[in-house]
Ligand binder design. Sequence first.
Ligand code: ADP
Ligand code: MG
Length: 310
Amino acid sequence: MVETEPPGFGSTQDRPPGATSDEGAAQMLQLTDIRRDYRIGPVTTEILRGVDLAVGAGDLMSIMGPSGSGKTTLMNIIGLLDRPTSGRYVLDGRDVSKLADDDLAMLRNAHIGFVFQSFQLLPRLTAVENVSLPLVYRGTNRAEMRRRALAALERVGMGERTGHRPDQLSGGQKQRVAIARALVGEPAVVLADEPTGALDGATAREVMALLASLNAEHKVTILIITHDPGVARQCARQVRIHEGTLVERTAGAPGASGAAAARHPASGTEETEEDPGASSAPPAIDPNPAREPTSRRDDTGEILNPAAPT
Ligand SMILES: Nc1ncnc2c1ncn2[C@@H]1O[C@H](COP(=O)(O)OP(=O)(O)O)[C@@H](O)[C@H]1O
Ligand SMILES: [Mg+2]
C-alpha cells in the first residue's frame, strides 16, 4: 500500500460513544469491547476493560482521565502501535484487529498522524525535512514531497520557517511543525497525546486553536489526550476513561455526563484533579512509525528504534 485517498467527511453530530457493529462502515474508527491487559510475571493487570468508541470523520474529541488510567495505552492501540488483548477495531472500514505487524505499519503510515507532547522532531533536519518524513517512507518523489511539506507548513502558519531546525524554533513553533508532519500524509485521524503539555499557557492556547481550526476548516479528524480541562472543553466530543472504560461527557450525547455521573458519582469532580506530571516523560517515539514495524516496544511500553535519518 502506498498513497491513500483523503477520507470523505460527513456529519458527526450526536453519535453514541460506542456503537453497534452495523454502524462500522460509517465511522472513521470503531472500537468494540477493547481490552488490554499487561502481564508482569504472574500478575495480570487489566488496564482497558471493554472500551467502546466510535469516531466519525471530522470529529474533534478529547480523552481525559487520571494518570495511569490507560490513555496512552488506548492511544497506542488506536494508533496501531500496540494491539488489544481482545476486542475489535475497525479503522476506515477495515478490521485491523488481527493484522500482521507489517500491515499495521503500512496502515499506520497511511492513516494515522501523531502529535506528541515533546514534539519528537529530528534535530538535524529542517522543518520541511521533518514534515516530509512520513512521505519518504511512502516512496513519494522528492518534488512532490517538498511541495506537500511546504503546503502543510503553510497550513500551520510556519511558511516563513521552513528551513529552520528544531533548535531554532520556539516550543509552539516546534509543535506546529509536528502538527504539519502529522497532516502531510492526509491521515484518516490525527492522534495527539498531550499536545499542549510542554507549552506555556498562551502558547498552549494557540496550538489548541490551531488544532480546532484544522478540524473546523479542513475537517481533520482529531483525538486529543489532555489533562487540561480548558483544552478538553474546546472539543465537540469529550470522553473520559473511567475504570477501564470510556464515559462520554459531551453535552447532549446519548449516555453522556448525566447518566455517567449517576453511575460514577465521583467522576463529576475529576476535571480539576488531573495528574499534573503524568506525561512528563513520554516515550521516545519514532516520528515515522511506519518504518520499523517490529521490535517497537519494550515491556515498559517505551518505543524502541527511533528513526535515524540518513
Ligand atoms: N508495557 C507495559 N507493561 C506493563 N504495564 C504497563 C505497560 N504500559 C503501561 N502500563 C501500565 O498501564 C497503566 C496505564 O498506563 P498509560 O496508558 O500510560 O496511562 P496514562 O497515559 O493514562 O497515564 C499504568 O498503570 C502503567 O503502569
Ligand atoms: Mg499517558
